[in-house]
Ligand binder design. Structure first.
Ligand SMILES: Cc1cc2nc3c(=O)[nH]c(=O)nc-3n(C[C@H](O)[C@H](O)[C@H](O)COP(=O)(O)OP(=O)(O)OC[C@H]3O[C@@H](n4cnc5c(N)ncnc54)[C@H](O)[C@@H]3O)c2cc1C
Length: 508
């Protein structure tokens, strides 16, 4: 721990510098951490983290380390082997808990598209030991370029390398979802997690707690964690039978990939591939987010556009109709972009939905919880949906780690729930706000926005920006967030309802 003192540290005590006898009265203590938003203590925090990393590296290079195990060890069930469920499986297994994951699908996997892993998530994943499973697959983009819809002119710029590693102690990655998912699965297996596929959960008993699968089998645990995605059935259970599903936004996204080799044949596209980077074209009610994945072999695209039709009717449309609609939405945009869109051979259309803060994530029994998209679906405009699930998972394992007895678990889960509802609902809000900031039609609002982003493009100093990746306040809140530390802080600052005396909980 780095401490700030007004004297000289000798054997852990502060001695006055001039040799005078210290006064016996109490002096006010200078806090080690600030409760107000500031970056002025960051250099101390950095030293502290480097010290912790050195310590850890000296202790062991094993994935599982008994020193990291929690005092209370639980038998846990996780429902859903998506990125959220696997993140929870890893974070809990690392702490010595028994983990069984139930997944409805007959085989594991993810859709064939890309995903961004922002620093607030990569910091946790690297700490968990994911690097060796992912190293050859990830791309670390140098920057994010906001481009004007009609000609691709750069109107906003966020530098990621080395800024994000330097400022937030973790890189910003992009990766193929299938590679990310497989890396998480391999790590979970190495940590002793059991994953049961073909196991659709159809019912929960929140008091036992237990789950029942469609094959009629029931399984009991100490804690059931439900990470079953946007259409969660666990959420209804936690909310006492009345679901609060995410709402439609009136927008949908086409997802597609294009072969980079094919793009290279067109000289005007080479600039877009020269360095690994994210390119985001923004215009009237639409935007296109792109980056290369699969070690730079595949160009990933997410094309957001207004769509108020019923998603249930989408699979009745022929692939040709879907493709021609997609092209029509971006007709007249930057010729380089439309050239790439014309190279798309197939696409998937996704409805974009968003939830808002739920009243609870933990059932009254304190033995059943929801997390991930089941708890906080959001539009993908901050690229933080899966990152929130990784944070949920890390924070959950940390909350359980804080208790000395199972009797304290309800309180720890309550603290976790409060911290995570606040953080994820703010991210839902930030994601929706990006939709507002990016989708102006040409006119005064668009011109004012572009003007406000100009300093970052020109390399001048700025204190705010409509680009939320660059805006210093949003950046710090979004990428500097330490999910484990936030839970510890909330636990320490809570008003305890009970106290642990000789291993037993006494009400206060
Ligand atoms: C276009 C788009 C782009 C995105 N880009 C990003 C990005 O760049 N970065 C980012 O962090 N996030 C991004 N996201 C969000 C991210 O994809 C999701 O937040 C994340 O995948 C959610 O993971 P999850 O595990 O909570 O849910 P899911 O991935 O939905 O997983 C749920 C799992 O539970 C299983 N399941 C469901 N019901 C049952 C049941 N009854 N029994 C057993 N199993 C069950 C499902 O089969 C599935 O495997 C994006 C989303 C979209 C739509």
């Amino acid at each position: 721990m780095v401490e700030i003192h007004s004297g000289v540290m000798v054997n852990g005590e502060t001695r006055p510098v001039n040799g005078a006898t210290p006064l016996k009265e109490d002096f006010i203590k200078i806090p080690d951490v600030a409760s107000y938003p500031t970056g002025s203590l960051d250099f101390l925090l950095k030293l502290q983290k480097e010290e912790q990393k050195r310590h850890k590296a000296m202790r062991t290079s094993n994935l599982l380390n008994q020193d990291d195990f929690s005092r209370v060890r639980l038998n846990t069930i996780i429902v859903g082997a998506g990125l959220g469920g696997l993140a929870a499986a890893i974070s809990l297994a690392r702490k010595g808990h028994k983990v069984t994951v139930f997944e409805q699908a007959p085989e594991l996997g993810e859709v064939g598209a890309g995903i961004q892993i922002p620093s607030n998530s990569s910091r946790l994943l690297l700490k968990w030991g994911l690097q060796p499973f992912l190293a050859s697959k990830i791309v670390e983009p140098e920057d994010i370029k906001f481009r004007r819809w009609e000609n691709g002119a750069v109107i906003g710029l966020t530098k990621l390398v080395p800024e994000f590693q330097d400022n937030f102690d973790a890189p910003y990655y992009v990766v193929h979802r299938a590679h990310f998912h497989d890396a998480m699965y391999q790590l979970a297996l190495q940590l002793g997690v059991e994953v049961r596929i073909n196991s659709k959960v159809i019912d929960y008993d929140e008091d036992a707690p237990s789950i029942t699968t469609e094959h009629g089998e029931s399984f009991t645990a100490d804690l059931v964690i439900c990470s079953d995605g946007v259409k969660s059935i666990g959420r209804t259970k936690v909310l006492g039978g009345v679901d609060q599903p995410p709402l439609r936004t009136g927008f949908a996204a086409y997802r597609a990939t294009v072969d980079v080799e094919e793009m290279k044949a067109h000289p005007e596209l080479v600039e877009l591939l020269a360095k690994p980077g994210l390119n985001l074209w923004i215009g009237d009610m639409r935007h296109v987010m792109t980056y290369t994945i699969a070690g730079g072999k595949s160009f990933n695209m997410v094309l957001s556009h207004p769509d108020r039709t019923d998603p249930a009717t989408w699979n009745q449309q022929s692939p040709d109709k879907v493709m021609s609609d997609m092209r029509a939405h971006f007709d007249g945009w930057d010729p380089r972009l439309t050239k790439i869109i014309n190279m798309i051979r197939s696409t998937l259309k996704w409805p974009l939905v968003s939830g808002s803060a739920l009243s609870r994530w933990v059932a009254p029994s304190s033995k059943l919880t929801i997390m991930g998209d089941a708890a906080h679906a959001m539009v993908p405009y901050m690229s933080e949906g899966a990152a929130m699930a990784v944070e949920d998972a890390a924070a959950l394992a940390e909350a359980i780690d804080l208790v000395g007895s199972t009797k304290e678990l309800p309180e720890a889960l309550e603290v976790w729930e409060a911290v995570r509802i606040k953080r994820s609902s703010q991210m839902q809000e930030a994601s929706l706000i990006n939709g507002k900031l990016w989708h102006f039609a040409d006119g005064p609002l668009q011109r004012a926005r572009d003007e406000a982003m100009r300093p970052e493009v020109e390399g001048k100093q700025f204190v705010s920006s409509p680009n939320q990746w660059s805006d210093p306040t949003t950046q710090r809140w979004c990428y500097g967030y330490d999910a484990e530390w936030e839970v510890r802080k909330a636990w320490e600052n809570r008003t305890p309802k009970a106290k642990l005396v000789n291993g037993d909980v006494k009400a206060l």
